[in-house]
Ligand binder design. Structure first.
Ligand code: HEC
Ligand code: HEC
Ligand code: HEC
Length: 178
């Protein structure tokens, strides 16, 4: 009897979605009353949806952050190219492989993934001259917020998920570990 009760409770929780992976593990979540933008004395603050709740149904990466590439691939969101929703993005389907990575797998930079969200002018001519191997990018600079680090770790996925950039294994690198 007891076992059946537990079972139906478990099914109920599963069906109603009360317990979902991701909800507890938003590493960047700061309560609205403490984020420095909202007025903590405003009582309607409590009626705002919590980011972890709003983002819960989206795919997450292994650091617990939303994987926006998969979210867009699965059509879970449909960002507009302009305010009126009439323009479309100019997508460039070209990968650039960066080989100056020592024993790490090479970096495959996908123009297509970026230009579904970003305009060419977001990256050219700054922070990147539009010339393959035309920019002296180092990991140190990326971690200091330059080049890729202007976005990655700020508005795009963290520089600590190495394999999302260093995705091309080569003879001198370890095999795929992801
Ligand atoms: C946002 C993309 C991105 C992520 C994430 C990333 N890297 Fe890099 N990394 C680069 C780029 C770009 C280069 C320069 C490649 C080139 O110029 O050919 C680089 C270069 C390197 C190099 C070569 C030596 C140097 O100092 O430049 C090493 C080693 C390296 N990365 C290690 C790592 C490790 C370890 C991680 C995870 C902790 C990581 N990278 C995560 C983009 C990234
Ligand atoms: C998120 C940043 C980003 C965006 C947005 C972007 N690019 Fe790039 N682009 C790069 C990077 C990084 C490189 C490689 C630079 C290097 O290897 O030093 C590059 C290289 C290039 C190159 C040189 C290719 C070659 O073979 O020499 C051209 C041309 C180019 N981009 C055009 C464009 C155009 C056109 C758009 C818009 C449709 C665009 N890029 C959008 C980052 C971007
Ligand atoms: C102007 C902002 C910007 C710059 C600069 C930038 N990125 Fe990105 N990048 C994004 C955004 C936005 C996404 C998609 C959202 C996300 O994944 O967080 C993305 C996605 C990616 C992806 C797709 C990962 C996947 O799982 O499919 C790779 C790889 C990547 N970036 C590598 C790089 C590298 C390498 C550089 C530097 C050479 C770079 N990016 C520079 C904004 C940027």
């Amino acid at each position: 009897m007891l076992r059946i009760a537990w079972l139906s409770l478990a099914i109920m929780i599963g069906v109603t979605g009360l317990v979902r992976p991701g909800i507890a593990k938003d590493p960047n979540h700061v309560p609205a009353a403490k984020d420095g933008y909202h007025d903590p004395s405003n009582r309607s603050l409590e009626s705002l949806q919590k980011p972890a709740q709003a983002l819960n149904a989206f795919p997450h990466d292994r650091l617990g952050e939303v994987n926006w590439v998969q979210t867009l691939d699965k059509n879970l969101i449909a960002p507009r190219a302009d305010l009126h929703g009439k323009a479309s993005m100019k997508v460039l389907n070209q990968d650039i492989v960066m080989t100056n990575t020592k024993t790490m797998p090479h970096v495959r930079f996908p123009h297509a993934t970026h230009t579904r969200w970003l305009d060419c002018s977001n990256c050219h001519p700054k922070p990147f001259l539009p010339v393959a191997k035309g920019n002296a990018i180092t990991m140190d600079a990326v971690l200091r917020g330059q080049f890729c680090g202007a976005c990655h770790g700020r508005v795009a996925f963290s520089p600590f998920i190495c394999e999302r950039c260093h995705s091309d294994v080569h003879a001198g690198s370890p095999k795929k570990w992801w």
